[in-house]
Design a protein around this ligand. Structure first.
Ligand code: CP
Ligand code: NVA
Length: 309
């Protein structure tokens, strides 16, 4: 079977490739702000399959395709019956005959990998139980926007060692960010390989000197039945104003959203001066346009990257 260029996990890409995508994302962001039209994906159609709800992922992909001259189609997972009405392998081969790429948000990462194995078009992971790579690329773009570099940045993640945390660890490890994770016992990130990060249980200690403080929900989609136990287990891990004040004076606060104010973060931090969460949400669109370009029309990347200093 031919190996396709998918985007399943950030470790599918080297530092050079990720930096290449980030440069394209910066260029696309500038072009968007200047209202420069870019129809690089004219005639291309992206299918978007969702097994879980979404605000940012769905809308940023859909608008991103539209802005690039292409089109996106929303596919309800329950309608195509992923693995139930029809095997994932058959769905992948059928969709490959109609579409140019598929973005899929699935309960199980194994289904996304199965989809990629049988697809002859690029498959993009729009969040799985294990990873959230598109979020991680958008997060790097956000750090570049606010810190102007990635290498040597101290990124402190407080909370659950979940899909968002794992993708951040992977991309940080590849791009030279020093990542510290602070989570309660039993909630450590689950990673196959030895990625570089520091585990510090005490959040006050972990956050000291951080350039970026990041958190995500304590109860991810699909874990709702564990919510009351998790509220107990994570109660010392809320990002409060006091906690963030222990970070570097110029630290920024990041959250992939949606946020549960009063749980992993206080309203004061979300609405405070250090918060860049809405810039981060915007960057999903620019980053994903760059990922789509890399997968579907890479010949245009060199043309546009030159506009970034
Ligand atoms: N951050 C993120 O993926 O948001 P949605 O779940 O709303 O898509
Ligand atoms: N960890 C969260 C991220 C949501 C964007 C979840 O999987 O629900």
């Amino acid at each position: 079977m031919e190996i396709k260029n998918h985007f399943l996990c950030t470790n599918d890409y080297s530092a050079d490739e990720l930096n290449y995508i980030l440069k394209a994302a910066q260029a696309l962001k500038i072009m968007h702000k200047k209202k420069v039209p870019c129809n690089y994906l004219a005639g291309k159609v992206l299918g978007m399959i969702f097994e879980k709800p979404s605000n940012r992922t769905r809308i940023s992909f859909e608008v991103g395709m539209y802005q690039s001259g292409g089109k996106a189609i929303y596919i309800k997972a329950s309608e195509i019956g992923l693995g139930a009405r029809e095997p994932v392998a058959d769905i992948a081969r059928v969709l490959s005959r109609y579409l140019d790429a598929v973005m899929i948000r699935a309960n199980s990462h194994d289904d996304i990998e199965e989809m990629a194995r049988f697809s002859s078009i690029p498959i993009i992971n729009g969040l799985s139980d294990k990873y959230h790579p598109c979020q991680a690329v958008a997060d790097m773009l956000t750090i570049l926007d606010f810190k102007e570099r990635l290498e040597g940045i101290n990124l402190c993640y407080i909370g659950d060692g979940n899909n968002v945390c794992s993708s951040l660890i992977m991309i940080s490890s590849i791009l030279g960010i020093n990542m510290t994770v602070s989570c309660p016992e039993g909630y450590d990130p689950v990673l196959d390989d030895n990625y570089k990060y520091k585990l510090v249980r005490n959040p006050e200690q972990a956050v000291t000197g951080a350039d970026v403080v990041y958190t995500d929900v304590w109860t991810s989609m699909g874990q709702e039945q564990e919510r009351s136990k998790r509220l107990q287990d994570f109660k010392k891990y809320t990002v409060t104003e006091d906690l963030i004040n222990l970070a570097d004076r110029k630290a920024v606060f990041m959250h992939c959203l949606p946020a549960h104010r009063g749980e992993e973060v206080t309203d004061g931090v979300m609405e405070g001066k250090k918060s860049v969460v809405f810039d981060q949400a915007e960057n999903r669109m620019h980053a994903q346009k760059a990922i789509l370009l890399k997968l579907l029309a890479p010949q245009f990347i060199d043309d546009i990257s030159g506009i970034v200093k």
